[in-house]
Design a protein around this ligand. Structure first.
Ligand SMILES: [Zn+2]
Length: 483
């Protein structure tokens, strides 16, 4: 069952990439109704929530929204298989020997690495994960240019000449989202792809050593790690060569910053392919061959952009959060589910011709925006890119974290490439120049601290490159906020 399904999905998704927006709307409508029917038939939570709503005719906005806290509090009723119990799944996940096995022979559970509040428990079944893999395969960098023959040719080359090399540097060894995808490949995957996964928990030296000994077509990691590796490549310690065809560098899980894009371009002479997803829906958007912006996989999910109060935000503007509807995971229906990502729809068409709408630059999680005092009252929202853009120039910095340590104070923690060389004054000079350009010098106090290691986030195991340790002000209010 698995193999024919995934091959069918690969070709139908490839076909959809070259279809019209009207075709995509039809696919979406069909999947949306199927999702609603499944939710009402099999989830007591949704049956109750949608009481009095005609799910065959209702519009998306007729449906109430759902948040993580509600989903977790009602987990056992929320899912569509009555055997799935939150307490039992959590206990099962605690046992490391269960990793790479299917829960009840059918489900893949994992925890999210969300940056706020409790972690969500997310469950996919094999079918839903096949959708993710099919999308990863069929929507590589240039799906709009590939013909069916091209795909067949690549498959045959991989089968009979040389397997496609995919190297990932990820948080490993547990039910973490990106690693979970990699750890549960579809059945035939090994015939086509030689996959190597290196652990983010290894030292940079060790990862560099392993990468130097490997050859691959695709490098897949978090942007924070890609920027570290790009620095290693530029410094001449890493000699990673990405072989054609399909030589790609793919960024996952975290917002991609301009500085990382520029670093990767400088290090490998190629643009980074950005992906946007969440644990609740791995494949939400992906950049196309033109690499200008990301296309929403509108046949796989629905993304609504809303403000802090849940009101729709017009195209061309960024909202405060999104409402996500995952159209392919029937095991745990996420329908108008709140996710705290800041993004918006672009009003400009992309030159590539894909039928999918495009997003404005995903700016990261709202928690990572720094709110500083505005002279005369209120606050200014300062995007951390204003600070971290200039960090590109700091090639002697290996790892860093920019933390808002006071309302008007930021601290730059950094690990130098060579601890024997004092780069403090250079670091200050570069950051102050950036702050001056952004009009922040004199308003924000800058501290710099050289450290041996940047602590990894407890939940995700990754470095949070930008973090507000004090969060948004309690009295933050739309009227007082100035951009
Ligand atoms: Zn495009």
């Amino acid at each position: 069952m698995g193999l024919p399904r995934i091959i069918g999905l690969i070709f139908s998704m490839h076909h959809a990439s070259q279809a019209t927006p009207e075709d995509i709307a039809r696919i979406r409508e069909k999947r949306f109704r199927r999702l609603l029917r499944t939710a009402v038939a099999k989830s007591p939570f949704y049956r109750n929530l949608y009481r009095g709503i005609d799910i065959e005719t209702c519009g998306l906005s007729d449906l109430p929204t759902v948040d993580k806290r509600t989903m977790m509090a009602n987990f056992d009723d929320f899912v569509t298989d009555r055997r799935l119990k939150r307490a039992e799944i959590s206990a099962w996940l605690e046992d490391k020997s269960h990793f790479r096995k299917m829960y009840l022979g059918k489900f893949i559970p994992f925890r999210t690495s969300g940056t706020t509040g409790e972690n969500a428990l997310v469950i996919y079944d094999r079918r839903a994960l096949d959708f993710v893999h099919a999308a990863l395969i069929s929507r590589q960098a240039h799906p709009e240019e590939m013909t069916v023959l091209d795909i067949l040719h690549l498959m045959f080359t991989a089968l009979f000449v040389k397997r496609f090399g995919m190297t990932a540097v990820l948080v490993t060894g547990g039910p973490y989202p990106a690693y979970t995808i990699a750890a549960y490949p579809p059945p035939f995957y090994k015939l086509l792809v030689k996959k190597e996964i290196y652990s983010l928990f290894d030292s940079v030296e060790k990862i560099v050593e392993k990468l130097n000994a490997s050859s691959c077509n695709e490098l897949y990691s978090y942007p924070t790690m890609l920027s570290i590796l790009a620095r290693e490549q530029l410094a001449g310690r890493l000699h990673l060569k990405l072989d054609p065809p399909l030589a790609t560098i793919v960024s996952t899980s975290e917002p991609l910053t301009e500085s990382t894009k520029r670093l990767v371009q400088a290090a490998w002479g190629m643009k980074i392919q950005d992906t946007y997803g969440s644990s609740e829906c791995f494949m939400m958007a992906r950049s196309c061959g033109s690499f200008e912006r990301m296309h929403v996989m509108a046949d796989l999910c629905i993304i609504e952009i809303v403000d802090r109060h849940g009101k729709p935000v017009p195209d061309g503007q960024t909202g405060d959060k999104i409402l996500l509807t995952n159209l392919f995971n029937l095991a745990q229906p996420f329908i108008r589910y709140e996710v705290s990502d800041v993004t918006g729809y672009s009003t400009e068409p992309c030159s590539c011709g894909q039928p999918f709408p495009t997003l404005l630059q995903v700016e990261g999680r709202t928690d990572d925006i720094f709110y500083i005092d505005h002279p005369g009252g209120g606050y200014d929202a300062v995007h951390p890119n204003l600070f971290i853009g200039p960090i590109l120039e700091l090639t002697q910095v290996r790892e860093y974290q920019l933390a808002q340590t006071g309302r008007n104070e930021v601290t730059f923690f950094y690990v130098p490439v060579n601890p024997a060389i004092d780069i403090e004054s250079k670091v200050r000079e570069v950051l102050e120049n950036g702050m001056r350009r952004a009009g922040l010098l004199g308003r924000v106090t800058l501290k710099t601290t050289c450290v041996g290691v940047i602590p990894r986030d407890e939940r995700s195991g990754k470095i949070r490159q930008v973090i507000s340790l004090i969060g948004a002000p309690a009295d933050l209010d739309d009227d007082m906020l100035r951009h």
